[in-house]
Design a protein around this ligand. Sequence first.
Ligand code: FES
Length: 202
Amino acid sequence: MSEQNSAKDALSRRDFLKLLGAAGVALTFTPFVPWGKFMPNPSNASLERAQVILPDGTQANVKTFPKNHSEVITYPKTGDSVLDQEAFKKWQFIRLPEELGGDKDDVSAFRAYSMVCLHLWCLWKYWPQEGRKRGECPCHGSMYNPLNGKAFAGPASLQASPSNVLATLYFEADNDGNLWIKPAVWSVNENGVVGYGRFLKT
Ligand code: FES
């Protein structure tokens, strides 16, 4: 390598380190920025309620959806198949196990939480197997309570509120038992902010 090239490399390394230092200082002095506002939440949530559409194209129904079972649902749907693949639109739609109220034939038996893990945004999923019955993130082991979406183990559980509780969706059922998603409000005090969190209602 020529001397000129080594000098250039050294310079770019120095510049890079300087840049890292500046970024660190900036973050140190901005701890109270409401980062949740900048998360890529779907801003085009419809003000209309939306059907809970399962991967097989049918609408979820309280009479037929199995207990202690989950499926991935998309919300809000744009109708564009590429945009609808975004992780920030993916939710674990869960019917609770019987002992947690999943045997009730109404909306109280159901939950939906954003699949974006609150730690570093890997996608977690619900594990129904005996002894588990919880959400688990494959990246660093965060675990989520299916009753309320709160992390109870792993790095996400160590994060300060609201970044230890997953964003959620709320439902209603029609007279035939078909499930609908109520229009979401992306705020930490309502449905929560995908990838950032939610304050648990007391
Ligand atoms: S991204 Fe889920 S535990 Fe780290």
